[in-house]
Design a protein around this ligand. Structure first.
Ligand code: FAD
Length: 507
């Protein structure tokens, strides 16, 4: 194991005296072992193969958006649930914070460590076995370090589908997906990560292992404990394995790129598509003209599939067990009725896998294109679907009063999830203070109309203050009490999701 502290500036947004609950743990009379001795014992547990190479360790100190740079006392890669449990037991006894890390593709700094003396990074990368695929029960039992694309491929090899899908699927890992309750491209049909889980194995902060891997679809035996860990972002325990739901692999797939007259038309199209096709819609992605223009300007090898620009686009995909021709006819009928009633103004249907990939590339490279354009103020909000058209009008007006800006709006229309991103007008500098003001104005409005300031990316450290502002006091109190019960010494991903709090004062 390499002990490793970054020389880089620590950007943890709290002062070091307040950092992990470990100090309050010490105050409450826990025997604090010598940290160095504890780290040596952890090194013995993971052995030579649990060593993280210095380059890899360096990468683990930075989040993927480049917002945070941290520090850690050590980096470990356990190979088994038993090793994980032994590590957590030592950390709990010694007041060492544990930052679980899977693919490190999260958008909220949740996997970044912030204490070079009292936090370790626990990487799940070596726990990457697919334990079992049950084609009769339509389930798959996987370890937390399995890369999402590998889980999908393993299911496909059995003519089954694991439907969770997103741009980061080549790097993100199941443990991270479940801990962020990831969304992605197929939620409208299959739900978020939470809805794809039948069972979990979790190492608790004290090293106990909760094993709920029966994979039963019905099991009404008290509280649904697994739900606590889904979306907890590593603050309650380490997920080591999961039983995931599988589905029949679709036999046919049809994809269309459609220009629509307005956001209201986009919502109407989605409703019509679901009704007219017997709910064969697997993806319905919205893109504003600005988002497409950024892609066309910055991403090599893409082209506009339509002859003239339009204000709003929908990438619609149907998939199911119908023959290809029947599904195609469904999509053509939908297109014809949309053109007739004026919802759709133009569109193309993919004729091949290559054409489908080209259409998806336009959608999936929007974040990359935004990055190349420069800094922007990103938001991941969800809004009741019916309110989206009015929201877009009103939000533009409210934010326009703060400062003039360009708007790149895209997202998972089927889930009411918009990535509502503000880009400075050409020639203007990005202003961090102004960015905060814009986000606050937007979130206040989202809250007013019953939406959420964090749809699928989670809280981590990035949205921690927003959680305090928009979550109800009752919900926050309950979250804290759950945290206190499951992790009384505050070792699990310290400072993430909930603001640091002193347990001794809380009681
Ligand atoms: C190009 C791109 C596209 C993306 N598209 C989407 C999208 O469409 N939808 C979406 O929801 N997200 C998307 N994301 C964000 C990101 O990929 C997801 O949040 C993903 O689920 C994170 O998985 P990860 O393995 O990288 O987790 P990490 O970043 O390593 O960790 C995320 C959080 O989970 C915790 N954690 C990790 N593993 C465990 C574990 N085993 N037990 C307990 N806690 C753990 C970490 O401590 C951290 O708080 C995208 C990211 C990129 C870069």
């Amino acid at each position: 194991m390499v002990r490793y502290s970054s020389n880089e500036a620590r950007t943890a947004p709290w002062d070091s005296d307040q950092s992990p609950g470990t100090r309050s743990g010490a105050r409450r009379g826990i025997t604090v072992l010598d940290i160095a001795a504890a780290l040596d014992r952890i090194a013995e547990i993971v052995g030579e193969r649990g060593r993280v190479a210095p380059d890899a360790a360096q990468a683990m100190l930075h989040d993927q958006r480049g917002l945070y740079s941290g520090a850690a006392a050590a980096f470990v890669q356990p190979a088994s649930t038993a090793e994980c449990a032994a590590i957590l037991r030592i950390c709990n006894d010694s007041g060492i914070g544990v930052v679980p890390q899977a693919g490190n593709t999260g958008y909220c700094g949740g996997a970044t460590p912030f204490d070079g003396e009292r936090q370790i990074v626990l990487s799940l990368a070596r726990m990457n076995r697919i334990r079992q695929i049950d084609p009769v029960g339509f389930t798959m039992t996987v370890e937390a370090g399995v890369i999402l694309a590998e889980a999908q491929a393993a299911a496909a090899a059995e003519d089954l589908l694991f439907p969770l899908s997103m741009g980061s699927e080549g790097s993100c890992r199941i443990g991270g997906n479940l801990s962020t309750n990831a969304g992605g491209l197929n939620v409208v049909r299959y739900g978020t990560a939470r809805e794809l889980v039948l069972g979990l194995e979790v190492v608790l902060a004290n090293g106990d292992v909760l094993t709920e891997l029966k994979g039963l679809r019905k099991d009404n035996t008290g509280y649904d404990l697994k739900s606590l860990f889904l979306g907890a972002e590593g603050t309650l325990g380490v997920i080591t394995a999961a039983v995931l739901k599988l589905f029949p692999a679709p036999k046919s797939r049809q994809t269309a790129w459609l220009a629509v007259t307005s956001p209201a038309a986009a919502c109407a199209l989605l409703g019509a598509a679901r009704r007219q096709t017997g709910d064969q819609v697997v993806s319905a992605e919205y893109m504003s003209r600005m988002s497409l223009e950024l892609v066309l300007a910055h991403v090599p090898g893409v082209r506009n599939p339509l002859a003239v620009p339009h204000g709003h686009y929908v990438l619609l995909e149907l998939a199911g067990s119908l023959e290809e021709e029947a599904l195609r006819e469904m999509l053509e009928r939908l297109l014809a009725s949309g053109l007739a009633d004026g919802t759709i103004v133009d569109g193309v249907l993919a004729e091949s896998t290559a054409q489908r990939d080209a259409l998806w590339k336009l959608r999936e490279t929007i974040p990359e294109a935004e990055r190349r354009e420069g800094q922007c103020v990103k938001h991941d909000i969800s809004i009741p679907l019916a309110s989206i058209p009015a929201f877009l009008d009103a939000a533009r007006q409210r934010l326009g009063k703060v400062v003039d800006h360009r708007l790149s709006v895209f997202g998972h229309l089927g889930d009411g999830n918009l990535h509502y991103n503000l880009i400075p007008i050409e020639g203007a500098e990005f202003d961090a203070q102004l960015a905060k003001q814009l986000s606050a104005t937007l979130y206040d409005y989202v809250d007013e109309i019953g939406g959420s300031f964090s749809a699928e990316h989670g809280i981590g450290i990035f949205r921690r203050d927003d959680l305090q502002r928009y979550k109800s006091p009752v919900a926050l109190d309950l979250m804290r009490r759950i945290k206190t019960t499951l992790d009384p010494n505050g070792i699990m991903n310290p400072g993430k999701v909930l603001a640091p709090f002193d347990l001794s004062e809380d009681r």
